[in-house]
Design a protein around this ligand. Structure first.
Ligand code: ADP
Length: 359
């Protein structure tokens, strides 16, 4: 591509050339990497949609100190500057994009003008993590129910002339296999989630839709326990990302609020926007969580009371899934709780602007 530029600029004057900019912009539209053309003062002259989706352009300026330093470095000479850069997903949470950035001075486009090409490696990093975690999760968690099944199978053989005992053992085998099935499904869901980056191809997601889907999915369990879910309106608020993933996150939190609350109580869902952030708070009047446990509940397979969690069909993966989803959307999740009084889980996500909605 450097040769392409070289050829195109042979007859070009030293001053910025509009025709040349148009040619470069057309060439860049063919490049799979995100691209930017930056003038001195880190002014963005051109940015591809995917570069904007990374959140590195604000008010037509390049944001991110590390990126800006690379551009300044490239401006000093004619050498290609290349580096791996971690860039925060939005202002919240600990989620990052893993970017391979290349910057090259192209003075023919204007004095001090730098071309930046960015490859997003986040998705391939996620796939690696998934592969590693999947093996660890399977060996830890699946061994227990599989062990129980094989002991029950032996018990059935030994009790073959006692029909009542055979029935009892067979029923327990049924319960263990349902549990095993749920566990496998959640591990598959989590792995799938981890390998999909919601901000790689984001859409505008209306929170009202997420809310009504999540309420639909939790209606039956709320009814069974006579728990009233009181939602507030999400108005026209929206975020950029993946609707199915966000619905899963909200569904998991509402399901937990129901599972860890006494019958006949209520669960509130508050939605509020503050500047460029939306907060979704799910509050229950349930058993609450101790200070020591709060630190650990987002870990995979962590359960405060494994027996209770098993009775409610829990696998200890629900909150790990929630955390993954919001982190990958550039947000975070916080929890307030008091034992015996209840808990509030708050999701915070970057609000989508109106211009993103119309894109
Ligand atoms: P599980 O499948 O066991 O519900 P989660 O990852 O969803 O797993 O939650 C982890 C643990 O956190 C639960 O086992 C439970 O002890 C605690 N927990 C989660 N949500 C609540 C809540 N709303 N109230 C009280 N405890 C909760």
């Amino acid at each position: 591509m450097a040769r392409l530029f070289g050829r195109a600029v042979e007859q070009a004057p030293a001053a910025p050339d509009l025709r040349l900019s148009a040619v470069v912009s057309r060439i860049l539209s063919l490049v799979s990497e995100s691209s930017l053309i930056i003038a001195p003062g880190e002014k963005v002259l051109l940015a591809s949609d995917s570069a904007r989706a990374l959140g590195i352009v604000r008010d037509e300026k390049l944001v991110g100190e590390e990126l800006a330093a690379m551009v300044r470095h490239a401006r000093k000479g004619f050498e290609l500057v290349e580096s791996r850069v971690e860039f925060k997903r939005g202002r919240l949470g600990t989620g990052t994009f893993e970017l391979i950035v290349r910057a090259l001075l192209i003075p023919e486009l204007g004095s001090g003008t730098v071309l930046v090409l960015i490859a997003d490696e986040s998705e391939s990093r996620l796939v690696d993590e998934v592969r590693r975690d999947f093996v660890a999760n399977i060996s830890h968690e699946l061994k227990t129910p599989i062990g129980a099944l094989s002991i029950l199978a032996e018990a059935v053989v030994e009790a073959s002339d006692d029909p009542a005992a055979v029935r009892r053992f067979a029923e327990r085998m049924g319960t263990e296999s349902v549990r095993l099935g749920d566990l496998v499904q959640e591990i598959i869901d989590l792995s799938r989630l981890q390998s999909q980056d919601p901000l790689a191809h984001p859409s505008f997601v209306l929170l009202e839709n997420v809310l009504s889907l999540a309420l639909d999915r939790t209606k039956l369990s709320a009814q069974k326990r006579d728990i009233t879910v009181v939602p507030s309106s999400a108005g026209g608020l929206g975020v950029m990302g993946n609707q199915e993933q966000l619905t899963t996150a909200l569904t998991n939190l509402i399901n937990n609020a129901i599972a860890y609350s006494p019958d006949h109580t209520s669960v509130g869902i508050g939605i509020e926007s503050r500047e460029d952030i939306v907060e979704i708070a799910i509050s229950d009047q349930g058993i609450g969580i101790s200070e020591a446990d709060i630190e650990r509940i987002f870990e995979r397979f962590y359960r405060v009371d494994p027996a209770r969690s098993r009775a409610t069909g829990g696998t200890g993966l629900g909150l790990a899934i929630v955390k993954h989803i919001v982190t990958n959307h550039g947000g975070d999740v916080r929890v307030w709780s008091m034992e015996g009084s209840g808990s509030t889980f708050t999701l915070r996500l970057p609000l989508a602007s109106n211009s993103q909605e119309s894109e």
